[in-house]
Design a protein around this ligand. Structure first.
Ligand code: NDP
Length: 260
């Protein structure tokens, strides 16, 4: 029997990047997958999981919108039953000097990264408590939830918010056998990283494409950027029965970049 056979797993931002790697990992271990993202192409990602033999659906959802999030979990319940595991991965980043950082950019970042994580946790917890069989929440924070970085005060603040949310919820739902943990990825190769390389590269100096990333990778003790599957492996562990006594924690997956 596969480890997550019969379990219902929701992954937000599950159509690409880290989120798709997480969805793929759960699918390969027998879970029923609901992947959500803001673009309609999410169904293509779900179809590619079904081609591997997994049960998977794609749902268009804006995690920053409460009604949309409620509809996501209602659809999950109708399709596969209440969620056993919910991974709050959807996130956005922009890079700007503080004088150029407008209110709209600040609010949009908070709305997706922090409020979106809260709204998904709230819905998932509601369904998990009703089902009464415990559950697992994993929130994707960032190395920037450990230490702020230049030109991303809004992103760092949004991810520090995810850490507080994680700890507070972990205390509230522990007696319901629901664990809530955070994962802090370091430098992971995804579309987001391409954007980071280009924009930070322009702002921090005259870096050729890929050059800034290469210089940062040289600072990683393991001398390589992370892959989505590195993050997915940790999340699968935190969602498993082996992690039954771990809650309210934040774990870095970054090749040793930040050691606190
Ligand atoms: P990507 O940009 O590759 O993917 C982001 C995902 O979030 C997409 O699926 C996107 O959907 C989805 N998304 C964005 N806004 C919304 C929204 N309002 N509602 C629903 N879904 C939304 O990012 P990564 O895979 O790189 O990052 C995933 C997570 O990991 C993020 O939370 C990020 O902050 C975090 N992280 C990433 C690091 C990295 O180095 N890559 C490092 C540290 C943390 P769509 O495609 O439909 O737009």
């Amino acid at each position: 029997m596969k480890r997550f056979e019969g379990r219902t797993v929701v992954v937000t931002g599950g159509n690409k990047g880290i989120g798709f790697a997480i969805a793929h990992r759960f699918a390969s271990e027998g879970a029923n997958l609901v992947i959500a993202s803001i673009e309609a192409q999410v169904e293509d990602a779900a179809a590619s999981l079904r081609e591997t033999g997994a049960a998977a659906i794609g749902v268009v959802c804006d995690v920053a919108d409460a009604q949309s999030v409620t509809a996501l979990y209602e659809k999950t319940e109708r399709e596969f039953g209440p969620p056993d595991i919910s991974v709050q991965n959807a996130g956005i980043i922009t890079i700007a000097k503080v004088e150029d950082l407008g209110e709209r950019e600040w609010d949009a970042t908070m709305a997706v990264n922090t409020k979106g994580t809260f709204l998904c946790c709230r819905e998932a917890i509601g369904w998990m408590r009703k089902a009464g069989r415990g559950g697992r929440l994993v929130n994707i924070a960032s190395g920037q939830a450990r230490e702020g970085f230049i030109y991303t005060p809004h992103y760092a603040a949004s991810k520090f918010g995810v850490m507080g949310l994680t700890q507070s919820l972990a205390k509230e739902v522990a007696e319901d056998r629901i664990t809530v943990n955070a994962v802090c990825p370091g430098i992971i190769e995804t579309d987001m990283w391409d954007y980071n390389d280009r924009v930070w590269g322009e702002m921090l100096g005259d870096y050729a494409p890929g050059e800034l990333m290469a210089s940062w990778v040289r600072n990683i003790p393991m001398k390589r950027a992370g892959k989505g599957k590195d993050v997915a492996a940790l999340i699968a562990f935190l969602a498993s029965e082996d992690a039954d006594y771990i809650t309210g924690q934040a774990i870095n997956v970054d090749g040793g970049l930040i050691m606190s």
